[in-house]
Design a protein around this ligand. Structure first.
Ligand code: ADP
Ligand code: MG
Length: 221
């Protein structure tokens, strides 16, 4: 079953001269459970826009988005489905510097509860172990490496047991070896948890880890 479906998504932005510039001209995509899709394309081709639309952070001008079978209707608040069904990973990892690694991983659980349940904390610790960084749980982001930060960000994205992970250039700031390690870990997550992953990347080698590759092209050149 498809856990994420995009149907004929179109999106334009103001071009700064009173007109509109089309960034996505009718993109369709279907992500299955456990599938790993890499999205590639030149800078400005709309990769981040596509991921934000898939993640209910941005509405398309037209076209439909379905998450785990549920249609995302325009104009409504989708924060609940976003928190429950989608894990996000960003290029700069966006860890909060004043929180420890474990507290960062637990952050999405605090969006829906005042206090983190003890089983969620146990699960977060098991994720850190899964990612090979359990020894870092009490450290602060300033004391860990970029590659480790990527792993923490991935654990945080997984803590709500999402159906989908959307990763926007998660390896963009990492050296070659760490980039491939994060991509392999994402692939393992697909196999082990049945999570569907959409990952934007500039690297052909990183994209090769995915089971399928989708290329976006610039519509304005
Ligand atoms: P990519 O991630 O592939 O580099 P983006 O989706 O970030 O591409 O952006 C695609 C194009 O849309 C770029 O030319 C960008 O400048 C433009 N764009 C993105 N967001 C906005 C916005 N909020 N307003 C106007 N233009 C935007
Ligand atoms: Mg981008």
């Amino acid at each position: 079953m498809s856990i994420l479906t995009l149907e004929n998504i179109r999106k334009s932005y103001p071009d700064g001269e009173g007109g509109l510039r089309t960034v996505l001209g009718g993109v369709s995509l279907s992500l299955e459970r456990g599938e790993f899709i890499a999205v590639t394309g030149p800078s400005g081709s709309g990769k981040t826009t596509l991921l934000r639309i898939a993640g209910t952070l941005l509405e398309p001008d037209s076209g439909k988005v379905f998450i785990d079978g549920q249609e995302i209707s325009p104009g409504e608040d989708h924060s609940l489905i976003r928190n429950r069904k989608i894990g996000f990973v960003f290029q700069d990892h966006r860890l909060l510097p004043q929180l420890t690694v474990l507290q960062n991983v637990l952050l999405p659980a605090l969006a829906s509860a005042e206090k983190v349940p003890s089983e969620t904390e146990k699960y977060a610790l098991s994720l850190l172990e899964y990612a090979g960084i359990s020894s870092l749980s009490g450290k602060y982001p300033s004391a860990i490496s970029g590659g480790e930060g990527g792993r923490v960000a991935l654990c945080r994205a997984l803590v709500m047991k999402p159906a989908i992970i959307l990763a926007d250039e998660p390896t963009g700031q990492l050296d070659h070896e760490n980039a491939l390690k994060i991509a392999s870990l994402l692939g393992k997550v697909c196999d082990d948890f049945g999570t569907g992953v959409v990952m934007v990347t500039h690297s052909d080698e990183v994209a090769a880890v995915a089971s399928r590759k989708i290329g976006l092209s610039s519509l304005n050149d």
